[in-house]
Ligand binder design. Sequence first.
Ligand code: NAD
Ligand code: UDP
Length: 330
Amino acid sequence: MKRARKRVLITGGAGFLGSHLCERLLAEGEEVICLDNFFTGSRDNIRHLLPHPHFEVIRHDVTQPIQLEVDEIYNLACPASPVHYQHNPVQTVRTSVHGAINLLELAKRLGARIFQASTSEVYGDPAVHPQTENYRGNVNPIGIRACYDEGKRCAETLFFDYHRQDGVDIRVARIFNTYGPRMHPNDGRVVSNFIVQALQGEAITLYGDGRQTRSFCYVDDLIDGIIRLMRAPDGITGPVNLGNPTEFTIRELAEEVTRQTASRAGYVLRPLPQDDPMQRCPDITLARSLLGWQPEVPLEAGLRRTIAYFAETLGLRVPEPALLRVVAGR
Ligand code: NAD
Ligand code: UDP
């Protein structure tokens, strides 16, 4: 029997990206099942959704099989920050690999379309710049980031093998660094670290000399890209890069956070972690042409919203000039 509204499973739905996706799909009238083991996710991220009549939460680990009746699956379950994914690297590999098998089996049984949150980390420390989808990457398979990078690469392999072997309808996005409200304040990622440090009046920790680059996508833009990929016409599988193509050095990011928070604490240099990629920037030509998608929120505006979020949730003061800019929406 066809359901009146689509029933969607979002694994990792209590995490940073997952909670925004739950919110968006509910707002669009879909029925959402949020599945999470709450390793890095939090009930606080989805508390406001709990009263919604079409929202359901299941505590479950994707490394274990599950039987549900859904029309679509978004697989976002996996810790995403180096601090968290290196905490128990074996479990990180299991989450990506066993998780992919369990959810692909479910998708196969149901004939459901399934989305995989892959990552720019499949490119490793890239020798091609900016990264296009046909670049095969430069990953150290035995380094400390490998549990995440190789886990995600193997998950992509599984997605394409289930697609070729069993005709599973897959959508794979390679997501580049994304930031915004509901990032975990202590997960060590650069945007949350810098903002929390600056708001607390602490020096910003620059790893290496801060000349390494990243490109930062605001969460609303990313969620829009994910949904467009999921709704794109039949036959589009990806992988598709989703990220902001404007590249910044980490030092430039530190300068912008310092400016917006009016921090006077300055910077402190720390060693560059092992295998830390020196440059990263997506080529989004494919996303532009296939999905008509490109990010709209510039770093300056996205940081303002994110700083306001952290200031509020952590009970920290945003200095006057920064606050005035937030209120004025400038
Ligand atoms: P996050 O850590 O906030 O969210 C991950 C969620 O998955 C959490 O709620 C966590 O509790 C849950 N989870 C982890 N292991 C699980 C398991 N075994 N079973 C069930 N749930 C589990 O991270 P995020 O930034 O929201 O990332 C979401 C997805 O997007 C991840 O797959 C990540 O690899 C991918 N991604 C994110 C970024 C980014 O910049 N945020 C970039 C590239 C890829
Ligand atoms: N980084 C930094 N200071 C911090 C946290 C991170 O200089 O307090 C750097 C880190 O070395 C990397 C970049 O910022 O070069 C992005 O780090 P993040 O962990 O956010 O993401 P990823 O390395 O996975 O892209």
